[in-house]
Write a protein that binds this ligand. Sequence first.
Ligand code: SIN
Ligand code: CO
Length: 372
Amino acid sequence: MVKQLLGGISPRRFLSDYWQKKPLLVRQAIPGFPGVISRDQAFALACGFDAESRLVWQTAGGWQMKHGPFKPKDFRRRGPWTVLVQGLNLLDDDADALLRRFDFVPWARLDDLLVSYASDGGGVGPHFDSYDVFLIQGMGRRRWQIGAQRDLEIIEGAPLRILKHFRIEQEWVLEPGDMLYLPPSYAHNGIAEGECMTYSVGFRAPAAQELATQFLVHLQDRLEMQGRYSDPGLAPPRHPGEIGSHMMDTVGEIIDRIAWNRHSVRDFLGCYLTEPKSHVFFDPPDRPLGRKAFAARVARGGIRLHRKSQLLFAGNSFYLNGEMIEVPPADRATLRELADRRTLPALADAGEATLAMFYNWYCDGFVVPGQR
Ligand code: SIN
Ligand code: CO
């Protein structure tokens, strides 16, 4: 199935020849793709508080943008316009399933699925993204124009990042089920031909500044330093207003004792990458099953991660929704499978400790027992 998604190219070849390097157009990557949600469902999501949404349109004065939540009347408009809903995978299981088809890239690199609806002629203007993106055409048709330009200067003061000079090198009209892959910083412009919907699979490539800042925050929370500043050999200063060199040396030695290693980096990545976004809240079950009923359901129907849950591992270390979790050695293979596939088949002989752990996660809304 993944070969079809990539137009007959193996994931290995896609990654070596295209990923982060050059665009790839795949006709009928998902044959007969009807889309994941309807136009009205997209509008309803853009009117709610659960989704991050934006409305984009153009006036004589230039590009305009407004953040949601919207009112239905915001969508009764003339002229080309578009509405975008981010994080659709967090709101809809089918959207999550679409995102999870891209498992030839590690989950740690995956960001979210965005859906856009555009009226005839609508789009967000010529721009580039800092991330890799797969643009999958849902309902309707969209013309994509792309260019490998180096000049990425954007129009100053615009509410959207629009390229000042856009040079079209290639263009295609995408039909439902067609897909276009673009590497980071590739200039592109999508124009709806009639009303249309497009799904974008976005990836995560944090800026070096963000990684460093967040690593320091992680380290700070775990730092345990002994001792205190002291200066038993203090001599009368020539300048009482001066920060003396002894003080600088002593504090420098204290700071040199801040240490980190690969384990610190691993635990940072595990917590940082699985941390739910700030607007994500888990919904514990309204009337949770008791422990016994839960165990029976899991024994018959297995268990799956809730679409909002993120579980990653590195060796024997596991991270769920921003926290490091202790997993007994006997359960590690099971947990790795859950992290990879996000679902586990019937678990008839799960140990007590595993079941207790899963039950707690279930009560927090992190996992869902199977249906059977
Ligand atoms: C869109 O779907 O209108 C925009 C997607 C993109 O250009 O990244
Ligand atoms: Co884009």
